[in-house]
Design a protein around this ligand. Structure first.
Ligand SMILES: Cc1cc2nc3c(=O)[nH]c(=O)nc-3n(C[C@H](O)[C@H](O)[C@H](O)COP(=O)(O)O)c2cc1C
Ligand SMILES: *[C@@H]1O[C@H](CO)[C@@H](O)[C@H](O)[C@H]1NC(C)=O
Ligand SMILES: *[C@@H]1O[C@H](CO)[C@@H](O)[C@H](O)[C@H]1NC(C)=O
Ligand SMILES: *[C@@H]1O[C@H](CO)[C@@H](O)[C@H](O)[C@H]1NC(C)=O
Ligand SMILES: *[C@@H]1O[C@H](CO)[C@@H](O)[C@H](O)[C@H]1NC(C)=O
Ligand SMILES: *[C@@H]1O[C@H](CO)[C@@H](O)[C@H](O)[C@H]1NC(C)=O
Ligand SMILES: *[C@@H]1O[C@H](CO)[C@@H](O)[C@H](O)[C@H]1NC(C)=O
Length: 396
């Protein structure tokens, strides 16, 4: 038994509402019933669900590298809330709704681009820790599986290396693979303009501007290894800067890290064509809300937001049913960060398997929930009243 299990048993005895650090997927018990060698990477065929990739990555990555991927802010309560909060919202399952073709309704569009499913690879720095091909695996898997990939500015591979890899794929739903480019702004804005120009030259279809890192994040788990933030705080972030960025490109600029209804509305007022709900996987500010809570706040105060702009979201998504709940609130694209970094420890095959697991689960769970067509998903699919106790109301 691994040490963290003892800790959780103690917590179970002491706390009324214990938190199991990671869900027990049965993977360890299964592996130890086979010829599995302790602390080695499990065979990919034994990975069944998204959380399995986390455990597997912990076996194969160095501590410093795993800690960089896994770390979150301060007490990591937001990290845990991101994983835990889904259970507050229940499904309202309608029976006898022929769901036999729901798998054919996975394809979706975002900003006019076609994708095979409403799931995407979120921008995360340093995929090179998991595999020497780094983000090239994300490009290949996104193209083969026809999903959206949003490249991180601080990727292990350069914008040009990723662009060259993209050109190897010209058989996606959009012709050449449609990718977005994440940017952080630099105090020396010519550095930012230069990065944007390079990404445009490589055919990026939109910029994702990260706005939820205006200060330094408190991340103890990674700080132990002197591995803190990939981004340093180098520039004052303002809506005026958003205008300046928009002036420097004809591509859409999607603010990433929207966490209140006010900022969602401001972004629309500023002309954003899409917004990105996120708390950065709980890595920036502890006690920042999960995407489910943010989407619900927007839904309760300004439901028109989901009609006016395309909404993408990430943080804590691990199951098809998580995706389903966000879609029911009006989110169009749901991303994952850590799971893709962990899956990359198996290279392209692992990344591909992760995408396929999510597609399969999303179709299966939609069917189980009585959703015949994901494009016509009803708000009444979910009962979110448990969130009403805490939801912020603008006119209250
Ligand atoms: C290792 C790692 C690096 C990240 N780097 C960036 C980054 O460079 N830019 C950014 O906007 N978000 C970054 N993120 C946040 C992700 O885009 C995403 O919001 C987050 O991982 C979602 O939560 P999840 O990991 O629970 O899926 C990073 C996340 C991780 C785990
Ligand atoms: C365990 O044995 C199976 C065959 O029974 C083999 O395919 C597999 O590679 C072995 N796994 C390890 C980790 O040695
Ligand atoms: C959907 O599922 C049916 C039955 O399982 C299968 O025949 C069909 O090929 C699937 N379609 C897609 C697009 O996956
Ligand atoms: C991709 O295919 C389209 C048409 O199918 C073609 O116009 C375009 O030149 C191709 N691009 C590359 C990079 O091969
Ligand atoms: C998306 O698919 C539709 C319908 O098949 C097609 O008309 C459209 O051109 C596609 N969009 C892009 C950007 O390729
Ligand atoms: C800003 O960045 C540009 C491009 O990298 C560089 O040429 C210039 O010297 C920098 N300016 C300052 C003040 O650091
Ligand atoms: C953006 O460009 C417009 C028109 O070119 C100009 O009026 C405006 O001042 C610019 N805004 C910023 C913030 O640079």
């Amino acid at each position: 038994m691994r040490p963290f299990l003892y800790i959780n048993l103690a917590a179970l005895a002491l706390a009324a509402d214990p938190w199991i650090n990671e869900p027990d997927t049965g993977l360890e018990a299964y592996l130890y019933s086979t010829n599995y060698t302790k602390s080695s990477q499990p065979l990919l065929k034994d990975i069944r669900g998204v959380p399995d990739f986390d455990w597997a990555a912990e076996q194969s990555l160095g501590l410093q590298q795993y800690s960089f991927y896994r770390t979150a802010a301060a007490g990591e309560w937001s990290y845990r809330n991101n994983l835990d909060v889904w259970s507050k919202v229940k499904f309202r399952v309608r029976m006898l709704n022929d769901v036999s073709k729901v798998n054919e309704t996975l394809p979706t569009t975002f900003l006019g681009y076609n994708f095979s499913a409403p799931i995407f690879i979120a921008p995360a720095a340093r995929a090179g820790y998991g595999d020497e091909r780094g983000e090239l695996n994300f490009v290949d898997a996104a193209a083969n599986e026809n999903i959206l990939y949003t490249a991180a500015l601080y990727a292990s591979k350069t914008i040009e290396e990723l662009g060259a890899q993209k050109k190897m794929h010209n058989d996606t739903l959009n012709g050449p693979l449609a990718t977005f480019q994440q940017i952080y702004t630099n105090a020396n804005l010519s550095v930012t303009w230069d990065a944007m120009k390079r990404a445009e030259a490589q055919g990026a279809k939109a910029f994702v501007w990260t706005i939820d890192a205006p200060g330094t994040a408190t991340r103890h788990r990674a700080a132990r290894y002197d591995t803190t933030n990939a981004n340093a705080v180098t520039s004052p972030l303002t809506w005026d800067l958003y205008d300046q960025i928009r002036n420097h490109t004809s591509l859409p600029v999607i603010p990433k890290g929207i966490s209140t209804v006010e900022d969602a509305l401001l972004a629309i007022e500023k002309g954003a064509k899409a917004i990105y709900i996120s708390n950065h996987g709980g890595r920036q500010l502890d006690h920042s809300p999960s995407p489910l809570e943010i989407a619900y706040e927007i839904y309760r105060n300004a439901p028109q937001v989901f009609e006016q702009v395309d909404v993408m979201a990430d943080s804590g998504v691990r199951y098809g049913s998580d995706v389903l709940k966000l879609l029911a609130l009006g989110v169009k694209m749901v991303g994952m960060g850590r799971p893709f970094m962990y899956a990359n420890c198996y290279g392209l095959e692992g990344v591909t398997k992760l995408i396929q697991i999510m597609k399969t689960e999303l179709a299966a769970d939609a069917g189980q929930a009585g959703v015949a067509d994901l494009k016509k998903i009803s708000r009444n699919l979910i009962n979110a009243r448990a969130l009403d106790d805490t939801v912020f109301l603008m006119d209250a």
